[in-house]
Design a protein around this ligand. Sequence first.
Ligand code: FE2
Length: 303
Amino acid sequence: MKVKAPAPGQIGAEVTDLDLRTLRPEAAADLRGLAYEHKLVVFRNQKLSRPEYVELAKKLGRPQIYFQEHYHHPEHPEIFVSANVPEEGEKVGVAGTGRFWHSDYQFFDEPLSFTMVYPQIRPAGRGTKYVDMERMYRELPSGLRRHIDGTRAFHEATWYYKVQPEDMDKAIIEIMREFREITPGAKHPTTIVHPVTKERCIYVSEGFTTAIFGLTFEENRQVLHELFEFINREDHVHSHLWDDGDLLFWDNRQVIHRSGGQLRGDASVSYRIGVYDDLPFYTNTNDLESPDVERCSPIIPEN
Ligand SMILES: [Fe+2]
């Protein structure tokens, strides 16, 4: 196995000369270590079948079963399918996922430690973008930092719910109410301390974070707008342009990500597996206040 570390200040290690099909279970800790250290790891020239991919996830940790079944691969529920073309004539998975800044499962109490993505049909120019949230904490202007230190933020997925055939004839408000029953949202510290690196990262994303507790509605709009404007700045973004055989593995505590660089009509099939390391997602739980939240999203009436 050859590891090329990223340039100083950058993220993303590159691993070559390693066939993940033959990974020894005891070597999996080294790969997790690379993800903790470099936040993102690209494994080149991989040739895994679906069962081998699931097997790899089991060596790296505990594979996740995504909470919405229609994302599952029919034979392997661990595989979350992002696809806009059928497989053997059947619609499999969901098209156009993750086109917004987010961290996977941020809107649940137990967010996802790692994400693996292994494209199967890759349109030319497809990329995935990342922002290093540990660096963002270090470089955040002090005026913004004072709004987030010692606070908690609220995350929800409501705005990215994908309408399904059974939603036909329902009002949008009804669809949202039902989805919110399954995903009421989650509170997490606005900055989190990583259980392995012990470093602090900002833990917000434009896609899922709708409020910081303790700020008024107007303050939240202003602060979140400034925060996302800073985080999403082009010079903060690391882009991975996919090559055939690439398999990516990243640490959701330390980076946010979004898909990008692909035209909507291009055929695309990508297999994701979420992996839990079963460590606490963060270790700073007791330095927080918890006043009421005023979300930066329309209030949906109860009935
Ligand atoms: Fe994602």
